[in-house]
Design a binder for this molecule. Structure first.
Ligand SMILES: [Zn+2]
Length: 128
């Protein structure tokens, strides 16, 4: 189980990652001058930033996915579900979380999933 200060530390890492993505986005908006009628500052103040058209236009798929993972990790923190492996329910080691704050699997389950052949993961229906 993560200690509160560890959780806060990881939360900071996540928020910083999010900030970095938004900063890149802001610079991209600036250089593309798409929002000529809008100040960059207004965009950063916008709580619904993710919903804005500019955002979806300028953010690459990979960045958007990363942002979603960050958001989802922050949400799990709020619910008190953060730091547990999705597959086996074990605690994910804090060192792994610090390196990969949006990890949802422990190393063991991650490598098991990766060893499953093909990109499509086959879900075996469990009875009982
Ligand atoms: Zn696991």
């Amino acid at each position: 189980m993560l200690r509160k200060n560890e959780l806060l530390e990881i939360r900071e890492i996540l928020l910083q990652m999010k900030k970095d993505i938004l900063k890149t986005l802001g610079e991209r908006i600036k250089s593309n001058d798409i929002t000529a009628q809008r100040e960059i500052g207004d965009i950063f103040d916008d709580a619904d930033l993710e919903q804005t058209r500019e955002f979806n236009l300028l953010l690459g798929t990979r960045e958007r996915q990363k942002l979603e993972q960050i958001e989802s990790a922050l949400l799990r923190m709020e619910k008190g579900e953060y730091g547990f492996c999705e597959d086996c329910g074990e605690n994910i080691p804090v060192g792994r979380l610090k390196a990969m704050p949006f990890a949802t699997l422990c190393v063991k389950c991650k490598s098991e999933r990766e060893s499953v052949e093909g990109p499509a993961i086959l879900y075996v229906e469990e009875k009982g």
